[in-house]
Design a protein around this ligand. Structure first.
Ligand code: 2AL
Length: 167
């Protein structure tokens, strides 16, 4: 998944740097802000800047980032860099287990009915059981609380993806 070293990222064309960032989170203002902060002295400085520029994201930015994420349990198709990230992140979710697949389908449906958008969680490092338990718990959130949780999960995903891109 590594596409660039930090040195390459620092000296890349604006377009290429922004493209790499947009695969981490589909938020153009964020990608522009992080790209404009180059050069970064270290990976940590870059990751800090990525976090800062994402805190907060506007409601519209959260919606834009959300729209690029497939449901948990649904495999992202295609060659886009963000689809490859998604497949890797969801590799711990075993949908060949019929019980897991059915519980995810039901949970996703209940969540979407309650909140009006896809259930979003940083899936990397989480098993299906952990994800299902988080889904259950989050169904009890009020919409404002849930909105904050979603934004935080999107930030976590973005920063983890950036770490992978720049190993
Ligand atoms: C995803 C995804 O594709 N990767 C990840 O960490 N979370 N999707 C989702 N609906 O939460």
């Amino acid at each position: 998944m590594t596409r660039m070293t930090l040195e390459q990222f620092n000296s890349a064309e604006e377009d290429a740097a922004e493209r790499l960032l947009l695969a981490c989170a589909a938020v153009p203002r964020w990608a522009r802000a992080v790209a404009a902060g180059r050069p970064y002295a270290s990976r940590d400085a870059l990751l800090d800047a990525a976090r800062t520029a994402a805190s907060p994201w506007t409601e519209e930015e959260v919606d834009a980032a959300l729209a690029r994420h497939p449901r948990i349990g649904e495999r992202a198709e295609g060659q886009d860099a963000d689809a490859a990230h998604s497949r890797r992140e969801q590799s711990g979710v075993d949908t060949s287990d019929a019980d897991v697949a059915e519980r995810l389908r039901a949970g996703n449906r209940a969540y979407e009915e309650r909140f009006g958008h896809v259930f979003l969680i940083r899936a990397a490092g989480r098993s299906a059981a952990e994800i299902l338990s988080a889904l259950d718990e989050r169904l009890g959130n009020d919409p404002a609380t849930e909105r904050r949780v979603v934004a935080e999960q999107l930030r976590e995903i973005a920063v983890l993806r950036l770490e992978k891109e720049l190993a």
